[in-house]
Design a binder for this molecule. Structure first.
Ligand SMILES: Nc1ncnc2c1ncn2[C@@H]1O[C@H](COP(=O)(O)OP(=O)(O)OP(=O)(O)O)[C@@H](O)[C@H]1O
Ligand SMILES: Nc1ncnc2c1ncn2[C@@H]1O[C@H](COP(=O)(O)OP(=O)(O)OP(=O)(O)O)[C@@H](O)[C@H]1O
Lengths: 216, 216
């Protein structure tokens, strides 16, 4: 299961930390304010009181073991910029930062943020798209039993054609696309004669337990 | 194409209005503040200066012709509650309101809001889910050429099996699920022998132009 660190436990940060915990990820929650730490103490795997702008504090975290960092330190734009800078230098895999404006987001990306989030703007765009034309995420309530997942094909799948594998009939999952490895694009709706190769990633729709079964 | 009204043109409201316009929807943008109206005048089909809490103002809008109303009138919770109440009485089809808190959201739903949005909380949950397990919406950049759409089957599709229709080979779309009419649930990954009936809705993945072709 994946491991994440959340820095800054305001509305956004604490909601991310709580939801990740609920999804069985390991979460380390960090805040400089003792009250915030106490509020989350019983809900989160590990909570740490500390000032994340201090590089020495971040160094003791084993930054590289985390699958990602989520930073939302409020209206003081400088804190999140400094934290992103340090984490980038310490080798963090993913640095996701809640930004206060488009300019703040630009600066964050320059110092190493891999993703910036402006909740209002992005929710506005998502709402517009879901009103103008339906989107699968409306049908797959993210808390539902069905999900879309990336599956690394097990060895027994390599060099087999989709027709041979019978993913829907035998494994109960529906293949939506093949991702040809990082940056090699997607093949949507591959045909039955498509042969799975080493490095392919299957993007599939199915119940969680069926998706897990494939990966066992 | 669909028609929407956006009431309250702060960051959220103006982003929704602009994005819906960009997606070729007809947008009526309403605000009580003249500067907001002037800022959007050249980008939006119709802008109207007015106080949406006044029922008489709303009555002159032909409320029933809109596919939905999007309300984001800021930190004054009372305005959005009053506007939702009036719109519900006037027969609005969809009333989507940006809420300031969970309590505000509860009140809004009681007076008729069909959907409430708290951008920070919802973006936090979406982020957590996309970090914990991939979601299709990560692959389908909402601005990309591929989309997921609900398709009402044309008459020539009724009573045909999926095998006969060859949706992927002949029509270039990939069927993800069949929605059996309102509240009748989804059939994910239907088999080739599934026969399309009157009232079915096809949930399909494909390029926009291919999806439009089916509906012609
Ligand atoms: N240098 C820092 N190190 C650790 N935590 C910090 C640091 N600076 C700020 N914080 C914490 O980040 C949190 C920011 O929460 P705040 O509510 O101010 O903003 P936000 O998270 O952007 O907004 P929201 O509450 O809407 O999510 C606070 O709990 C604060 O104590
Ligand atoms: N009764 C009303 N009728 C029409 N417009 C209103 C009414 N009350 C408030 N508004 C408008 O709603 C807008 C609200 O924007 P504001 O920035 O305050 O909040 P918000 O939209 O919730 O937040 P954000 O800017 O983050 O989206 C303002 O432009 C204001 O003029």
């Amino acid at each position: 299961s994946r491991e994440f660190a959340v820095i800054g436990l305001g509305n956004f940060g604490s909601a991310v930390a709580a939801e990740l915990s609920g999804l069985k990820c390991k979460v380390t929650a960090i805040d400089v304010n003792k009250t915030r730490i106490q509020e989350l103490q019983n809900k989160i795997h590990l909570v740490i009181l500390g000032n994340a702008t201090e590089r020495a504090f971040l160094e003791q975290l084993e930054v590289e073991k985390f699958d990602g960092f989520i930073i939302s330190t409020g209206t003081d734009s400088h804190a999140s910029i400094l934290i992103s800078l340090h984490l980038k230098e310490l080798g963090a895999k993913k640095i996701i930062v809640k930004a206060n404006s488009e300019d703040h987001a630009k600066i964050l990306r320059k110092v190493g943020a891999t993703e910036t989030i402006i909740p209002e703007k992005q929710m506005a765009i998502r709402l517009a798209h879901s009103l103008a034309a339906s989107n699968l995420v409306d049908y797959l309530p993210l808390t539902g039993e069905f999900c879309v997942a990336e599956i690394t094909p097990p060895p027994k799948f390599i060099d087999k054609s989709l027709l041979e594998l019978k993913l829907r009939k035998k494994h109960n999952i529906q293949l939506i696309a093949i991702k040809g490895g990082p940056d090699k694009g997607f093949t949507y709706g591959p045909g039955g004669d498509y042969r799975i190769k080493e490095g392919d990633i299957l993007v599939a729709l199915g119940r969680r337990e069926d998706i897990d079964k494939i990966q066992e």
